[in-house]
Ligand binder design. Structure first.
Ligand code: NAP
Ligand code: G4F
Length: 412
C-alpha cells in the first residue's frame, strides 16, 4: 500500500486530496495543529476511529515551525509521497504577520525537505510543494507572448506571503538539483470550492449572497472589485497534485484555467445563481451594488422560499419568531428580504492591500499536454457548487433561528 503524508490536511486542498488518495487505496497520514477546538470539520467524513485496526487515515499533531516534530513524523510514516500544503495562506493577513508567514510558508518547506534528506529518504519519498500564482505578482510585462503566466515567466511577489512562498519554490528546486530528490512545485492559480476558507473573496461572496437571498444579511462589504483572478475548482486541482507526483520526471507545473474574471463579475455570477440581477453604480470606493431584477422562478427554486410572501412580508417584518406560521422563515431577523433597488454591496477600503496583485491568468498547456489533465469544472460550475453549498448551510441557520436558537455571527 502506498503511503502519503499531507501537511495542511485540515485545509481546503488537504481535505480533497485526502479523499482522493483514500479512494486510490493509499494509507494517508496528516499533520494537524493542536488547537483549542477539533478543527477537523473538512475531514470529519473521512475520519476513522484510531482504534479501528483497518485505519487508513491517521492524524499526527505537528507544526511546520517544528523541525524535530516533522522529522519524527516522517520517520514514523516512511511516506512514498509528501504533499506540503500547510501554510498561512491568506495574502492580506500575511501583511499583519510577515515573520510568522516567512517561518511557516518559507522555512517550513525547508524543514520538510531537510527531514527527508537527513532520514536518507531522498530516493524513496516524492515531495509536492504547494507553490502559487502569487509568485508572479501580476506584473503585465512578465506575461508570455500570448498574455499568460507560464512555467518560464519571471516572478515578482507582492506580499509577505508571496515572498515566503518564493523561498519555498526555490528551496524545492534547489534540493531537486543539489540532492537529486524528486521534489516538484505545483504553481497553482486560485482554486475554490464549498470548502474554501470563509475569508477568501469567493467564499465571502457566496456566503454573503446566500445570506442576503435568505434574508439573514443586508449587504456585503468588499475591497478591490477590479482585481482579476483565474479561478478553478479545488477538486480538479488536487487531482493534478497527485498526477504531478506520478510523472516520470520531477518538474514544476502551472495549473490554471486560462480564463480570468473580475471580483465584480464573480459577485454578479453568484447572485445570478439565486435569480438576482445586480447592477453596479458609482466608482472606486463609492461603487455600490443594487438589486436590478429578481427572477421569481429561479429564486424560489434556488432558495425554496416564496418571493411574493417575502416582499409582502417586508412591511410587517419583526424579530418575533414565536408564531408557528408557515411564513416564519420570513421573520427571522432584522434584515430586509431581497427587493428591487435594495443596496447589497459597498466597497470598504479596509480590505485593500498595501500592494495588490491586479491580474492573474495562467497557461496550463504543459500540464494538459504532458500529464493529460482535464478539469471537470468551469467557472459557472464552480459558482453553482459554492452557492448550493452555502444556501444549504444558511438554510440550516434559518431553521435554527426559527426554532429560537442563536446562530454564529462569523464576521470579518
Ligand atoms: P487553507 O485552506 O488555508 O489550508 C491551510 C492548511 O495549512 C490548514 O490545514 C492549516 O491548518 C495548515 N497550517 C497553517 N499553518 C500551519 C503550521 N504552522 N503548521 C502546520 N500546518 C499549518 O489553504 P488551501 O487553500 O487548502 O491551500 C493549500 C496550500 O496551497 C497552501 O500552501 C496555499 O498557500 C497553497 N495555494 C493555495 C491556492 C488556492 O487558491 N487555494 C493557490 C495556490 C497555492 P489549520 O486548519 O490548523 O489552520
Ligand atoms: O480571495 P483572495 O483573498 O485570494 P488571493 O489573494 O488571490 O490569494 C489566494 O490565491 C493565491 C493563488 O494566487 C493563493 F496562493 C493564496 O493562498 C490564496 O488562496 O483575494 C482575491 C482578490 C484580491 O485581489 C483581493 O484584493 O480579491 C480581492 N478582494 C476584494 N475584496 C478581496 C476582498 N479579498 C478578500 N479576501 N476579501 C475581500 O473582501
Amino acid at each position: 500500500m502506498k503511503v502519503a503524508l499531507i501537511t495542511g490536511i485540515t485545509g481546503q486542498d488537504g481535505s480533497y486530496l485526502a479523499e482522493l488518495l483514500l479512494e486510490k487505496g493509499y494509507m494517508v497520514h496528516g499533520i494537524k495543529r493542536r488547537s483549542s477546538l477539533f478543527n477537523t470539520d473538512r475531514i470529519d467524513h473521512l475520519y476513522q476511529d484510531p482504534h479501528d485496526p483497518n485505519q487508513r487515515l491517521k492524524l499526527h499533531y505537528g507544526d511546520l515551525t517544528d523541525a524535530m516534530n516533522l522529522t519524527r513524523i516522517i520517520q514514523e510514516c516512511q511516506p512514498d509521497e509528501i504533499y506540503n500544503l500547510g501554510a498561512m495562506s491568506h495574502v492580506k493577513v500575511s501583511f499583519d504577520s510577515p515573520e510568522y508567514v516567512g517561518n511557516v510558508d518559507g522555512l517550513g518547506t525547508l524543514r520538510i525537505l531537510e527531514a527527508v534528506r537527513i532520514l536518507g529518504l531522498e530516493k524513496k519519498t516524492r515531495i509536492y510543494q504547494a507553490s502559487t500564482s502569487e509568485l508572479y505578482g501580476g506584473l503585465p510585462e512578465n506575461k508570455n507572448e500570448r498574455g499568460f503566466y507560464d512555467e518560464n515567466s519571471p516572478f515578482y511577489p507582492r506580499s509577505p506571503y508571496g515572498v515566503a512562498k518564493i523561498y519555498g519554490f526555490w528551496i524545492t528546486k534547489n534540493y531537486r538539483e543539489a540532492y537529486d530528490m524528486y521534489a516538484c512545485n505545483g504553481i497553482l492559480f486560485n482554486h475554490e470550492s464549498p470548502r474554501r476558507g470563509e475569508t477568501f473573496v469567493t467564499r465571502k461572496i457566496t456566503r454573503a449572497v446566500a445570506k442576503i437571498a435568505l434574508g439573514l444579511q443586508d449587504k456585503v462589504f468588499l475591497g478591490n472589485l477590479e482585481a482579476k483572478r483565474d479561478w478553478g475548482h479545488a477538486k480538479d486541482y488536487v487531482r493534478m497534485m497527485w498526477m504531478i507526483l506520478q510523472a516520470e520526471k520531477a518538474e514544476d507545473w502551472v495549473i490554471a484555467t486560462g480564463i480570468t474574471t473580475t471580483v465584480r463579475d464573480f459577485v454578479r455570477m453568484a447572485f445570478e445563481e439565486v435569480g438576482i440581477e445586480v447592477e453596479f453604480k458609482g466608482e472606486g470606493v463609492n461603487e455600490k451594488g443594487f438589486i436590478k431584477s429578481i427572477d421569481k422562478e429561479k429564486y424560489e427554486a434556488a432558495t425554496g422560499m416564496n418571493i411574493d410572501q417575502q416582499t409582502s412580508n417586508n412591511e410587517n417584518r419583526t424579530t418575533n419568531n414565536e408564531e408557528g406560521s408557515s411564513n416564519n422563515e420570513n421573520r427571522t431577523t432584522n434584515n430586509e428580504q431581497p427587493t428591487i433597488g435594495k443596496e447589497v454591496l459597498s466597497v470598504d477600503p479596509s480590505y485593500f492591500r498595501p500592494t495588490e496583485v491586479d491580474l492573474l491568468l495562467g497557461d496550463p498547456t504543459k500540464a494538459k499536454e504532458q500529464l493529460g489533465w482535464v478539469p471537470e469544472y468551469d467557472l459557472k460550475g464552480l459558482v453553482k457548487d459554492m452557492m448550493q453549498g452555502d444556501i444549504a448551510i444558511m438554510k440550516k441557520d434559518v431553521d435554527l433561528l426559527k426554532a429560537g436558537h442563536q446562530i454564529l455571527k462569523q464576521l470579518e
